[in-house]
Design a protein around this ligand. Sequence first.
Ligand SMILES: Cc1cc2nc3c(=O)[nH]c(=O)nc-3n(C[C@H](O)[C@H](O)[C@H](O)COP(=O)(O)OP(=O)(O)OC[C@H]3O[C@@H](n4cnc5c(N)ncnc54)[C@H](O)[C@@H]3O)c2cc1C
Length: 393
Amino acid sequence: MKHRIVILGAGYAGASAAGRLARRLHADDVDVTLVNAEPDFVERVRMHQVATGQDLRHRPLRDLLAGTGATLRVARVTAVDVDRRTVALTGADGADELGYDTLVYALGSSLDDCGVPGVAEHAYDVASRPGALRLRERLGDLAPGRRVVVVGGGLTGIETASEIAEARGDLDVALAVRGGLGDWLSPAGRRHLRAAFGRLGVTVHEHADVERVGAGEVVTDTGTRIPSDVTVWTAGFTVHPTAAATALQVSERGRIVVDGSMRSVSHPDVYAVGDAALAHGPLSTPLRMSCASGIPMAWQAADSIVARLTGGKLPNMPLGYVHQCISLGRNDALIQLVTADDRAKPAAPGGRLAARYKELVCAGAAFVVAHPLTYPARRRRVVRQGAPLIPAG
Ligand SMILES: Cc1cc2nc3c(=O)[nH]c(=O)nc-3n(C[C@H](O)[C@H](O)[C@H](O)COP(=O)(O)OP(=O)(O)OC[C@H]3O[C@@H](n4cnc5c(N)ncnc54)[C@H](O)[C@@H]3O)c2cc1C
């Protein structure tokens, strides 16, 4: 009987894992099935571009997997039973159950309203394609002079505020930040960011902890009311509740706790990658939710699974960071160089060249996900069938 590998989620992490596994294991020994709610790969790092009317290349998952031997199931995962080793699905053909011997969980993340009242009712988001398309429609209807408030001073908030301000110079765009603007960046990085926001006309509300979102305003913890015709919530991302509903060990925030090989610390036949997993990088700092972490995590998981099934050597790829690439519209960006554990170094080049570099990074990420056939094919034979023999730890 073939070893059944099921990968849940075809974002940056899941699709990378599927392609790599299918290339590295012999098709006579394994069935690799990729399950995703949507039929195509979505470049999530470009959702702020979608919101401002830019169209992305259509990337059907079926084309992406062509020639790899992996199978695509377009269905929504509704539950995982790690004791029975089954996944419950619902799709066009109704409800179904899929059994696995090895599971790779990569369902990503979604908007977190952080418990703030009014976000669900009044705010827009760029966390997913449906969210970005909804915002795109609203921005399209917005008359000149209207006010857009982006809440959240992280990378997504900065990129979103810049993109909207550049695409719609006729709108009044503001960013509400809990602390200081870009306070994790180096002084050079902060300078560049402030200059870019000045040029784009983005108003920054610093130390603005948003407590409530209303129909025409956001209200901070000090009672300051910031008028807003369109509020975009980027203040947090959360993982899907599916993992927390299983017997898997998860973090406080529901991410699956994994070891250095991306294997669940509680269930050796489950691996987790991307936003859905809590993995540690250099100095034991948790890897941040990012595509920059998700793809290497996927490679690590795939190579670890291959090693364990084929009796090979476990990979030991260090997972760390080099830079944070922040787009500031289409013509400017900031490349904040960082230590392997993601702390800002002094250098932070910005400008048009940085924008080109950032574009290259995004395009490169999509390319490696969308072209699994570029992975070297080492179709190793499986020597261990069924559940992995090596205990977690
Ligand atoms: C606007 C924006 C800009 C960003 N910019 C950057 C950046 O510049 N650099 C960077 O490193 N990171 C960036 N990120 C973060 C990055 O997009 C995520 O960290 C990354 O997408 C995580 O990859 P993933 O594969 O874990 O999850 P995702 O890419 O979210 O993929 C999850 C997949 O699972 C599927 N799925 C979810 N639930 C189910 C279900 N129940 N059943 C079936 N399928 C399901 C989804 O359809 C999706 O295909 C950005 C994020 C946003 C929103």
